[in-house]
Ligand binder design. Structure first.
Ligand SMILES: CC(C)=CCC/C(C)=C/CC/C(C)=C/CC/C(C)=C/COP(=O)(O)OP(=O)(O)O
Ligand SMILES: O=P(O)(O)OC[C@@H](O)CO
Ligand SMILES: [Mg+2]
Length: 247
C-alpha cells in the first residue's frame, strides 16, 4: 500500500497529483533518466513507465534502473501487456481495459503478469482503464470500443462497474497525443459516482490551462507524457502544470 498511500495522501493534501509518463521505447535509458530528473525538479509526484508498443525486456529494466539512479520519486509501471512487468519498479497500475473487445486486455495479460508481480514484490494498484475518443494508439492496440467524448453517462457506467468490481483507481484515457483531452463534463460525472475512489485523467494534456480544467472538474491525478518527450525545457513545462493543479 505504500505507493498507493503516497499518491492518495498527496491528492488529499495538495488537491491533485501530477504523474509523468515515460515510454521506454521513445529514448535511451540515460535520456529517460534525464527526463525523469527534470520532471522531478519541476514538481512531478511519480514516474509512470510504459508504452503500448515495444516497452518490455531489457530496455524496460534499464530504463527503470537509470531513473532510480537520478530520482527518488516512485516508479509505477503502466504496462501495455504482460511483458511490461519489471521487478525494478516500485508499483504497477494493475489495470483491466474494461471497454476492450479483446479478452486479452481484460483478463489474459493480467493472468500472465500476476505471478511476476507476486514474485517481485512490487505493489499492485488496481485500476479500471477506460479509453475515450479519440483513443490514439492505445485505443487501436487495445481494441477498445471507444467511449464517445460527449457521452459522459457511458463513462459513468464503466466507472461504476470498475468500482463495484473493487478497483481502487479509474483512468480516463483520451490517448497519447490526443487533439482534445477528456472533457470536464465527463470527468465531473465520473468523479461524482466514484466518491473517494481516485480518478486519473490523461491524454492530450499539454498546457496548464487544460490541466487545471481537468483538475477542477474532478481529476485526482493528471498524467502528461508527450510534453516531456517533445519539450526542450521539461522542468519549466512541468512546473507550470504542477502549479496550476495544486491547491
Ligand atoms: C496488468 C497487466 C500485466 C497488463 C495490463 C494490460 C492492459 C490492460 C493494457 C491496456 C492496453 C494498452 C495497450 C495499454 C498501454 C498503456 C500505455 C502504456 C499507454 C501509453 O501510451 P503510449 O504507448 O505512450 O502511446 P504511444 O504508443 O502512442 O506513444
Ligand atoms: O502523451 P499524452 O498526450 O500526455 O498522454 C499521456 C497518457 O494519458 C497516455 O497514456
Ligand atoms: Mg509513447
Amino acid at each position: 500500500m505504500q505507493v498507493e498511500k503516497y499518491l492518495n495522501d498527496i491528492a488529499e493534501r495538495e488537491g491533485t497529483v501530477h504523474l509523468t509518463l515515460i515510454d521506454p521505447a521513445s529514448q535511451s535509458p540515460d535520456e529517460a533518466a534525464e527526463i525523469a530528473l527534470a520532471a522531478a525538479q519541476g514538481g512531478t509526484d511519480a514516474i509512470m513507465v510504459g508504452g503500448s508498443t515495444g516497452a518490455g525486456g531489457m530496455l524496460l529494466d534499464q530504463t527503470l534502473l537509470k531513473i532510480k539512479e537520478k530520482t527518488d520519486k516512485p516508479n509505477i509501471l503502466f504496462p501495455g501487456n504482460s511483458a511490461g512487468v519489471s521487478r525494478y519498479a516500485d508499483a504497477i497500475f494493475f489495470m483491466s481495459l474494461l471497454n476492450s473487445r479483446d479478452i486479452s486486455f481484460i483478463t489474459s495479460n493480467q493472468v500472465m503478469g500476476a505471478p511476476v508481480v507476486y514474485k517481485s514484490g512490487i505493489e499492485p494498484i488496481s485500476m479500471a482503464y477506460l479509453i475515450v475518443e479519440p483513443g490514439g494508439t492505445v485505443g487501436w492496440v487495445g481494441d477498445a470500443k471507444l467511449i464517445p467524448k460527449n457521452k459522459a453517462d457511458i463513462a459513468v457506467a464503466y466507472a461504476l462497474a470498475g468500482k463495484y468490481l473493487g478497483m481502487h483507481y479509474t483512468y480516463l484515457e483520451a490517448g497519447s497525443g490526443a487533439d482534445e483531452a477528456v472533457r470536464p463534463e465527463m470527468i465531473g460525472a465520473v468523479k461524482h459516482v466514484l466518491g473517494d475512489n481516485k480518478l486519473i485523467v490523461g491524454g492530450g494534456i499539454r498546457d496548464a490551462v487544460t490541466a487545471k480544467r481537468c483538475a477542477l472538474a474532478g481529476a485526482d491525478m493528471i498524467v502528461t507524457g508527450t510534453i516531456v518527450e517533445k519539450s526542450s525545457n521539461v522542468t519549466a513545462r512541468i512546473e507550470e502544470i504542477v502549479s496550476a493543479i495544486k491547491s
